[in-house]
Design a protein around this ligand. Structure first.
Ligand code: SF4
Ligand code: SF4
Length: 317
């Protein structure tokens, strides 16, 4: 039997939801008994960067990096995780594709800082102070990480071995990954750990699976417009569900509870730009051109999780 598998979790620029999902899996992880959690910060322990840096290079078998990279300290930690971990997983949609914080790339750094430090109604900043990476407070020199001009996914900073979508990924994926490594090594056919099937394939509402033709979309609706029919395809009803191009290893959890798929699982294999493909998938089903104008915030809707990893990437000026 192999020695204990050493794993590590690090949260960069994310909400912590991915770590919470992993915590849901903790009992099952511990039941495997052949596992050592070498580092899990900042969500579970108060370990610092220095503690991660002190681990010998290559000493961790599998590292889970969640969150995107916008700050210089996140970049440093990502590079350190890469050195320490023999296998590095971009864990969750922020790490894999930029995620929801990646929507910040629709705005320049200057616009974001101006909104936060000058424009909001609760801000009073008569001296016009914005964050500096260094300042003197009495005799103390204080430093802050640099706020970069864009959000980047993990693969833009270091080499990534595997990607796992989901916002957050279902906790069963964490158990499955660890189990797979322990039993047979982690060798999925694709760098994405999830299966590559679409959410539509997993969805009980799928008209094609019921032997029916997909009906064109006659009206664009939001969830605030009413309660969708619980059996019919949400897209046919006008709720812009992106299940046809999203990886469906989640088992179509959102459509099951009457919520359209927003694409957090990441694109199915072969889709280079999720947003462009989503435009094409939805537009091809609209009954008429006038409906395009009814799509709420189309750029942010179709690129909700993937902008930093898309062909556009970011707003330049
Ligand atoms: S992928 Fe979702 S759950 Fe995970 S850190 Fe990002 S926003 Fe949070
Ligand atoms: S578009 Fe959405 S609701 Fe319709 S079959 Fe696909 S996942 Fe299900």
């Amino acid at each position: 039997m192999r020695e204990k598998l050493k794993i590590a979790f690090f949260l960069g620029g994310g909400c912590g939801g991915c770590d919470m999902a992993a915590m849901d899996a903790v009992q099952a992880i511990l039941d495997l008994q052949r596992l050592e959690i070498a580092f899990w910060s900042p969500i579970v322990t108060d370990n610092k960067y220095e503690d991660l840096d002190a681990i010998p290079d290559g000493a961790i078998d599998v590292g889970f990096y969640s969150g995107m990279i916008r700050l210089s300290d996140q970049e440093l930690a990502a590079k350190t995780m890469r050195r320490k971990c023999r296998t590095l997983i971009a864990y969750g949609t922020c790490a894999a594709l930029g995620g929801v914080p990646g929507l910040g790339n629709f705005h320049t750094r200057k616009e974001i800082l101006h909104t936060v430090y000058f424009d909001t109604c609760s801000t009073e900043n008569p001296a016009g102070i914005t964050p500096q990476t260094e300042c003197l407070e009495g005799e103390c020199e204080l430093t802050l990480p640099e706020f970069y001009g864009e959000v980047r996914p993990l693969k833009a900073v270091v080499e990534v071995d595997h990607f796992l979508g989901g916002c957050p990924p279902h906790h069963s994926f964490v158990v499955q990954i660890i189990y797979n490594i322990l039993e047979k090594g982690l060798e999925p056919p694709d760098p994405w750990i999830t299966e590559g099937k679409t959410v539509c394939e997993a969805c009980a509402r799928n008209p094609v699976a019921k032997g029916e033709q997909r009906k064109p979309v006659g009206a664009v609706k939001r969830l605030t417009d009413g309660v969708p029919d619980g059996d019919r395809c949400l897209l046919e009803q006008g709720y812009l569900c992106l299940g046809s191009l999203t990886q469906g290893s989640c088992g179509a959890l959102c459509p099951r509870v009457n919520v359209p798929c927003a694409g957090c699982g990441g694109p199915i294999p072969g889709v280079k730009d999720f947003g462009l493909r989503a435009v094409s998938a939805v537009a091809s089903l609209l009954e008429n051109e006038e409906l395009v104008a009814q799509i709420p915030g189309p750029a942010k809707l179709f690129y909700r999780y993937t902008l930093p990893a898309s062909l556009f990437g970011k707003k330049v000026k």
